[in-house]
Design a protein around this ligand. Structure first.
Ligand code: CP
Length: 325
């Protein structure tokens, strides 16, 4: 068990060793158990987390804020548009200044080509840990909660198969961050990963390369398919969500046309029935009901979406207690 994690940033868990990840999981499940027992665990008494948002959030904001309160500290909510960030505060200034006021800085910035760079620039200037609440490339705390949920539902994940698939959604162009974090994380725990998407909705080649290498090291497989039905058949985890065609086009109208072209990519009862007998359906939420997934699937017996959302709280509390203590 690696215990020396104080001061560490979480930009993506690819930058953490498997031993360090095992420590996070161990602490996360212990904190979940403590909460179930009503056992107080104020490991961050008097500590403050700055939560800086450049984009909307329900679960991420609520779970980080609740988590800090349960750990005996406080979380301050800061929005870019209602602060002087909108008028020119730089990433370096934010890192220097919020790092002096706080014991950690958590940031969500999903702007394509900007978010990850911004978070790394803040981290370079901050004297306290920086936690990625989702950028254009990664969503590490979602992937952590998803891994916890898989461990709870399936037990030993080695040799099991997770399908990380694109699904149709029309409201806005979602980042590549969730699938990219997942295809790299799950093979490290021995899971075979099928990445499934229409040709125009690819992920970044360097992430695929890393996923392949992680699969090799984890004695698992990694394959890329473009057939939604084939991707789901016989799998143990159906994780079907939308992401943008940012590697194909930067034209919104063209992306909307592509989304329409693949309007049949919905996680529905017929498809889920072809997965393994104990397969689970996963989605990080928010989901587009009737477009991305049917009500029958997301509200059905295989769905674990509320466990995923709950595990955001426990996983993040572990990360905060270990890095900000
Ligand atoms: N899954 C997730 O990150 O949810 P929010 O966008 O509501 O934070």
């Amino acid at each position: 068990m690696q215990t020396h994690l104080r001061g560490r940033d979480v930009i993506d868990f690819q930058e953490w060793t498997r031993d360090e990840l095992d420590t996070v999981l161990d602490v996360a499940f212990a904190l979940k158990r403590d909460r179930a027992l009503g056992q107080p665990h104020p490991y961050l008494r008097d500590k403050v987390l700055a939560m800086l948002f450049f984009f909307a959030s329900t679960r991420t904001r609520a779970s980080f804020e609740a988590g800090m309160a349960q750990l005996g500290g406080h979380a301050q909510f800061i929005e870019s548009r209602s602060t002087q960030i909108a008028h020119g505060d730089t990433a370096k200034e934010i890192g220097e200044i919020l790092g002096r006021y706080n014991d950690g800085i958590a940031i969500r910035n999903v702007d394509w080509g900007i978010g990850n760079r911004y978070i790394r620039d803040v981290a370079a200037a901050s004297r306290t840990p920086v936690l990625n609440m989702q950028c254009d490339l990664f969503h590490p705390h979602q992937a952590l909660a998803d891994l916890m949920t898989i461990l709870e539902r399936l037990g030993d994940p080695r040799g099991r198969t997770a399908t990380i698939s694109w699904a149709c959604a029309k409201t806005y162009s979602k980042p590549l961050s969730v699938p990219q974090s997942l295809i790299m994380l799950l093979p490290r725990f021995g899971m075979n990963v099928r990445l499934v998407h229409p040709p125009e909705f690819g992920l970044m080649p360097e992430m695929l390369e890393q996923a392949r290498e992680n699969a090799r090291l984890g004695r698992a497989s990694f394959e890329v398919l473009d057939d939604f039905d084939a991707g789901i058949r016989g799998t143990d985890v159906v994780y079907a969500k939308s992401w943008g065609a940012v590697l194909t086009t930067d034209d919104e109208a063209e992306e909307a046309r592509l989304v329409e072209k693949y309007g049949s990519w919905i996680a529905d009862e017929r498809r889920i029935a072809t997965a393994s007998d104990d397969a689970i359906y996963m989605h990080p939420l928010p989901a587009e009901r009737g477009v991305e997934v049917t009500d029958g699937v997301i509200d059905g017996p295989r769905s674990v979406v509320y466990d995923q959302a709950e595990n955001r709280l426990h996983g993040q509390k572990a990360v905060m207690a270990l890095t900000m203590g």
